[in-house]
Design a protein around this ligand. Structure first.
Ligand code: ARG
Ligand code: GLU
Length: 724
C-alpha cells in the first residue's frame, strides 16, 4: 500500500538541516554523524568517540541500567554505582525494619564488608549496539498483513540472536525504532551481585516528597550508592561472598568546578517511553479521556493510603514505596494535562496534522499518504471506548490493589503445572512457602479492602454497564450494591489474603491444592475479571492498535518525507540515549522567572519540624548553621540542584549529568511541573530536567555521613587554581 523508503538517509538529511532546541534523545552510535558538530558548537570539548566507542573505554562503559527501570553510573574504579534514592528505594525498604530503619535514618557502610546484598537487583551494561534493520526487515514486504509481518520479524530476530557474536554470559536484545522502521541489536552484560553502599535518610533523599515531586525549585538529595560485584575474572556472577568489586572500562570523574547558566550539559541514560509523533486525535484521547480516568481513581487510592500512613509508622514503612509509585504517575498525568493546556499543545498537534495534510494534498508524489490521518483518526475513535474501559479495569482491579498479586501468584503456579509439570510446580510452590513472610510484609488486608471497595464504587458508577462483566453484576446484586460488604466478603472468605491460610494451601499436594484454589472466591473473581478483560476489552484494543501501529509506522516515514525541515529522533524505548542541552532557567508564566540553581538555603526555608515531607536532620541543620561545606561549597553557599534543557523521561532517573569535559556534574532525577508533557509534546520554552548537584552528593557523603572512605575512591576534578 504505502511505499517503503530508505530510512537512514532520510534521518541524516533531516537532522543536518535544523537548529538545536533542546529536544531529542539520540542514539550514541550516530552522535558522530548527527550531533557532534552541534554539541561542539554548544561548548562540548570531548568528541563523539569519547562518548561511544567499542574499541576503547568510553563514557558509555560507565552508564548502567539499574534494576531494569532506572539508570545509574559507575563513579570509581571499584564499581561504585550512583543512582537516585527513589530508584534504590524498594531495595532499601526491603532491608528496613521498624528496629533498623534505613528509610528514616539512612544507611552507610563503613567498609566494603558492611555493604548489604540486594537480592533481585541487577545492573546492565551495554557492550555494543548495531543497526540490524536490513537483517530484521529482510523478507518483509508492504503486502503482508501485520501478523505475517510480525511473524517474519520475530523469525529474523530469533535467527539473528543465534549468530550475533557475543560471549556466553552476554545477552542480545533487539529493539524496534521509529515505530518499526528501524531495528537495533544490543549486546549487554548483566551483573547480579549488587550491594547497597550508602543511602541518606529520606529527610534528605526524599526531601519534599510528593509535595515537591515534579516541581521546581527543588531541594531533594535524591541519591543512593551501590556497588557492582563480579567474579574473580571480573565477569557477571550470582551473589557470592567471594565476589570482588567490578573493575569498569571507564568510570566518571566528578567535577568540583560548579556550573553556570548556559553551560553545556549532557544526560546519558535509558529513557523509557515517549510518543512524540502521535496525531492530534491520539493526544486528545490521552489528555481528555485516559488521563482523567487514571487520575481520579488514583485520587481515591492515595487519600486512603495517606490517612493510614500518617496514623501509623509501621503502615508508613509498609506502604512508602507503593504510595510513591502510585503518586508519581498520578502527579505526572495531572502535570501533563496542565502543560498541554497552558502550552496549547493540542492546538499545536492539530495544526501539525493540518500542515501535513495540506502538503500531502498539494503534492502528487504523496498521493499514497492522503488517507493516512483520516484512517488513523477513524481507528482511534473506534478504540476510545475500549481504551477507556481498559484503563478503568487496570486502575480498579490491578494497579492500585495488592490482592491482584495474590491471584497472580496462584495463576502462575497453575501455569507452571500445566506447562512444565508437577515437579516444577512443587519447586515453585516450595519457593513461595519460603517467601511467604516477605509476601505479607507490606500487605495490610483491611487497607487493601477499603481501596478495593472505594475504587469499585467509582468503577460501577462511571463505567458504561455494557463493559461490566456478568459475575460482578450478580455479586453486587447479591450484596445490594453495598461495595464495602462485597469487598469484605471477598477478602475475608478468600484463603489467599491471609498468611496462615495461604501457608496451609501452599503445603498441599497438587490435587488438594487445585481444588482449594478453584473454590477460592478471590481466585474465581479474578478469573472472571481476567477472562472478560482479555476477551472483551484487551483483545479488541490489541486488534485496533495493531492496525493503528501499522499506520503509525507509515506515518513516521511520511512525516520525514513531507515535513523534512523538522528533526526526528526515535521515541524513547528504554535503550541507551544521549540528550544534551544547557544549564537553563525558564519563564513558566507571565511575571515569573525560575533561576537555574538552588542551594541548601532553600531546604531551611522549607523546613517544617517533625513534618514527614519537610523535616530536616539535626546534623544537616548544624552543618548549615556553621556553613561547614568544606571543598563542596561555593561563595559561602551549598549548591543543591539545577535544571537544564535536556530532554529526559522516566527511566532517565539516576542518569548522569555530564559537563563539556566528560565529568559528572549532577544526577538527573525529575522534570519540572510545567514541562511533564514533554513525553508527548516537547516545548523548549518550559521543558526542563532537574538534577542534584554532584557537589551536594559529595557533601552529604563526606560531611553529613562521614563516609570519607567513599570519596577517597572517587576521582575528583578540581577547578584550575584550587587544590586538594
Ligand atoms: N518524579 C520523579 C520520577 O518520575 C521522582 C519520583 C520519586 N519521588 C516521589 N516523591 N515519588 O521518577
Ligand atoms: N523521576 C523519573 C524516573 O524515575 C525521571 C524523571 C522524568 O520522568 O523525567 O525515571
Amino acid at each position: 500500500m504505502y511505499k517503503q523508503i530508505h530510512f537512514i538517509s532520510l534521518c541524516l538529511l533531516i537532522i543536518s538541516q535544523s537548529l538545536f532546541a533542546g529536544e531529542g534523545m539520540w542514539l550514541p552510535i550516530f552522535l558522530k554523524s548527527l550531533n557532534e558538530k552541534e554539541m561542539k558548537a554548544m561548548g562540548m570539548k570531548i568528541s563523539a568517540d569519547d562518548i561511544y566507542n567499542i574499541n576503547k573505554g568510553s563514557l558509555k562503559d560507565a552508564i548502567v541500567q539499574f534494576g531494569g527501570g532506572c539508570t545509574s553510573e559507575i563513579i570509581s574504579n571499584e564499581g561504585l554505582l550512583l543512582t537516585n534514592h527513589h530508584c534504590g528505594f524498594g531495595y532499601v525498604q526491603s532491608l528496613t525494619t521498624v528496629e533498623q530503619n534505613y528509610i528514616r535514618d539512612g544507611f552507610w557502610a563503613r567498609s566494603k564488608s558492611e555493604e548489604q546484598v540486594c537480592s533481585g537487583l541487577t545492573a546492565t551494561l551495554i557492550v555494543r549496539m548495531e543497526d540490524v534493520s536490513a537483517i530484521i526487515l529482510n523478507g518483509v514486504n508492504p503486502k503482508m498483513t501485520e501478523l505475517q509481518r510480525r511473524n517474519k520479524v520475530d523469525e529474523n530476530i530469533e535467527k539473528l540472536k543465534l549468530v550475533l557474536p557475543k560471549l556466553d554470559d552476554q545477552e542480545v536484545l533487539i529493539r524496534s525504532f521509529y515505530n518499526g522502521n528501524q531495528y537495533f541489536a544490543f549486546v549487554t552484560e548483566t551483573f547480579k551481585d549488587i550491594r547497597l553502599v550508602g543511602t541518606p535518610p529520606e529527610s534528605i533523599g526524599k526531601f519534599g516528597a510528593d509535595t515537591d515531586n515534579w516541581v521546581w525549585p527543588r531541594h531533594t538529595g535524591d541519591f543512593s550508592l551501590f556497588r557492582i560485584y563480579a567474579d574473580k575474572s571480573n565477569r557477571p556472577a550470582a551473589y557470592s561472598k567471594d565476589n570482588i568489586p567490578y573493575k569498569p572500562k571507564h568510570f566518571l570523574p566528578i567535577s568540583l568546578s560548579g556550573i553556570k547558566e548556559g553551560d553545556f550539559t549532557m544526560v546519558f541514560g535509558f529513557p523509557g517511553r515517549t510518543t512524540e509523533y502521535l496525531i492530534y486525535e491520539a493526544n486528545k484521547q490521552q489528555i481528555e479521556v485516559l488521563n482523567p480516568v487514571r487520575i481520579s481513581l488514583r485520587d481515591k487510592t492515595l487519600k486512603i493510603l495517606d490517612k493510614y500512613m500518617r496514623a501509623d509508622e509501621k503502615t508508613k514503612i509498609q506502604y512508602a514505596s507503593k504510595y510513591a509509585g502510585i503518586a508519581n504517575s498520578w502527579k505526572k498525568w495531572i502535570g501533563e494535562n496542565l502543560g498541554m493546556k497552558v502550552s496549547k499543545g493540542l492546538d499545536k498537534k492539530l495544526k501539525a496534522d493540518l500542515e501535513f495534510q495540506k502538503r500531502v494534498n498539494q503534492n502528487p508524489k504523496f498521493e499514497a499518504y492522503r488517507k493516512l490521518i483520516p484512517d488513523m483518526e477513524f481507528l482511534y475513535k473506534r478504540l476510545e471506548p475500549f481504551a477507556k474501559a481498559r484503563e478503568y479495569y487496570a486502575e480498579t482491579f490491578v494497579r492500585n490493589v495488592d490482592v491482584y498479586d495474590y491471584y497472580q501468584l496462584v495463576k502462575s503456579l497453575i501455569n507452571t503445572y500445566e506447562g512444565r509439570g508437577e515437579a516444577k510446580f512443587n519447586l515453585s510452590k516450595q519457593d513461595i512457602l519460603k517467601n511467604i513472610d516477605a509476601y505479607f510484609k507490606d500487605f495490610n488486608t483491611s487497607i487493601d479492602q477499603e481501596i478495593f471497595a472505594s475504587l469499585l464504587e467509582q468503577f460501577i458508577t462511571e463505567m458504561n454497564p455494557a463493559f461490566v462483566f456478568n459475575s460482578l453484576k450478580e455479586a453486587l446484586k447479591t450484596n445490594h450494591s453495598d461495595y464495602k460488604a462485597f469487598a469484605k466478603s471477598l477478602y475475608t472468605s478468600s484463603k489467599l489474603t491471609n498468611q496462615d491460610s495461604l501457608y496451609r494451601i501452599m503445603s498441599m499436594d497438587y490435587v488438594q491444592w487445585i481444588a482449594a484454589i478453584k473454590a477460592d472466591p478471590l481466585y474465581q473473581f479474578y478469573e472472571d475479571m481476567n477472562f472478560y478483560q482479555n476477551n472483551d476489552i484487551n483483545k479488541l484494543c490489541f486488534d485496533l492498535e495493531e492496525q493503528i501501529n501499522a499506520l503509525r509506522r507509515t506515518h513516521m516515514t511520511a512525516l520525514m518525507e513531507v515535513l523534512p525541515e523538522k528533526r526526528y529522533y526515535p521515541d524513547a524505548n528504554s535503550t541507551l540515549r544521549v540528550t544534551y542541552g544547557k544549564v537553563e532557567g525558564f519563564k513558566p508564566r507571565d511575571g515569573v522567572h525560575y533561576l537555574s540553581k538552588t542551594t541548601l538555603d532553600g531546604v531551611m526555608e522549607k523546613y517544617i519540624p517533625g513534618d514527614y515531607e519537610f523535616d530536616v536532620p539535626k546534623k544537616l541543620q548544624s552543618l548549615y548553621n556553621n556553613k561547614d561545606y568544606g571543598i563542596y561549597g561555593e561563595d559561602g553557599k551549598m549548591p543543591l540542584a539545577f535544571i537544564g534543557s535536556n530532554h529526559t523521561t522516566g527511566g532517565n532517573s539516576g542518569s548522569p549529568a555530564i559537563d563539556a569535559h566528560g565529568n559528572l556534574i549532577g544526577l538527573n532525577f525529575d522534570r519540572v511541573w510545567e514541562g511533564t508533557m514533554s513525553d508527548i509534546n516537547y516545548d523548549p520554552s518550559i521543558c526542563r530536567n532537574i538534577m542534584v548537584d554532584a557537589r551536594y552528593i559529595l557533601f552529604i557523603i563526606d560531611k553529613f555521613a562521614g563516609a570519607k572512605w567513599l570519596i577517597d575512591e572517587m576521582k575528583l576534578v578540581y577547578p584550575k587554581g584550587k587544590k586538594k
